[in-house]
Design a protein around this ligand. Structure first.
Ligand SMILES: Nc1nc2c(ncn2[C@@H]2O[C@H](COP(=O)(O)OP(=O)(O)OP(=O)(O)O)[C@@H](O)[C@H]2O)c(=O)[nH]1
Ligand SMILES: [Mg+2]
Length: 302
């Protein structure tokens, strides 16, 4: 699982602090030095680390903490709260249009997980008693349409396609009309990926954006790619107005830096996390739960 290295390093820093009755300013500085190294090693963006440590220090060096009976615990609590803030503070929910359908456009590089995430999201919406329509907007990879159709069949969600020769923009336009005519309250548009961000891809995405006016533009990023995931998010965000990020492959042994940096660097909230290949492996992203998990506190801890 993601974050294993970071969790064990932070736990060892905090167990030293916890053991102390009184904590000196030197102890705090030493602990912060170790936290800083642990975050850098977890591939968190260095500017993000710097600001994070400054904030925690500012709060931790206050006299209240030093005079507390359990200063170690107070500091852990401060780190927990700042980690939560770093990842967006509170859960950022999916937009809902008051003129259905709510249009969600997926974007991202090749292999990031757009197609699988589209289907996973459709499944989540289905569970919430919605009527999603999936749109096969990737006409370039020969098996892409079939892939979405197979997933759609598996979860019993219709997949909108058009015969070969139609552009993704035309497919999206007709899919939107189809959703309106058939009472689908969510439209999930899968798009093509590219190995690198290129102008042609961006232009196509911009045109799909123009004809469907999406309520959400979700960038799907592979958490396994570390800092690159953050760079990709930054570039996409400059060219398309992203409304959120989906981090995939958090079940792999990623060091976790992307999850910790993407909100701070791009301003885009992480809306969902994918933790496996199975269709049920998508969860709304909860910053506070993720922070507790990183600190090895388990989700029942305060
Ligand atoms: N382990 C793991 N694998 C995932 C996850 N999400 C997607 N995958 C796998 O990643 C591979 C690529 O996923 P796709 O959904 O096809 O990615 P894509 O972005 O649509 O790819 P292109 O259409 O080629 O651009 C597939 O083998 C998925 O099963 C995840 O959260 N964890
Ligand atoms: Mg795909």
């Amino acid at each position: 699982m993601a974050f294993e290295g970071l969790t064990s390093r932070l736990q060892s820093v905090f167990s030293k602090l916890r053991g102390k009755g009184k904590v000196s300013e030197d102890d705090v500085n030493e602990a912060m030095r170790e936290v800083r190294l642990a975050l850098l090693e977890a591939d968190v963006n260095f500017k993000v680390v710097k600001e994070f440590i400054a904030k925690v220090k500012e709060k931790a060096v206050g006299s209240d903490v030093m005079e507390s009976f359990t200063p170690g615990m107070v500091i852990i609590d401060i780190v927990n709260k700042e980690l939560t803030e770093l990842m967006g503070g509170t859960q950022s929910k999916l937009a809902k249009s008051n003129r259905p359908p709510t249009v969600i456009m997926m974007a991202g590089l090749q292999g990031a997980g757009k197609t699988t995430t589209s289907a996973k999201l459709a499944k989540l919406l289905l569970k919430g008693n919605h009527r999603p329509l999936l749109v096969a907007g990737d006409i370039y990879r020969p098996a892409a349409i079939k892939q979405l159709q197979v997933l759609g069949e598996q979860i019993k969600v219709p997949v909108f396609t058009l015969p070969a020769g139609n552009s993704p923009v035309e497919i999206a336009r007709q899919a939107l009309q189809h959703a309106k005519d058939n009472g689908n309250d969510y439209l999930l548009i899968d798009t093509a990926g590219r190995l690198h961000i290129d102008e042609e891809l961006m232009e196509e995405l911009r045109q799909i954006h123009e004809v469907t006016k999406p309520d959400e533009v979700l960038l799907v990023v592979d958490a396994m790619t570390g800092q690159d995931a953050v760079n990709v998010a930054e570039s996409f965000n400059k060219q398309l107005e992203l409304t959120g990020v989906v981090l995939t492959k958090l079940d792999g042994d990623t060091r976790g830096g992307a999850a910790l940096s993407v909100k701070a660097v791009t301003g885009c909230p992480i809306k969902f996390a994918a933790l496996g290949e199975k269709i049920d492996a998508l969860e709304p992203f909860h910053p506070e739960r993720m922070a507790s998990r990183i600190l090895g506190m388990g989700i029942c801890s305060p």
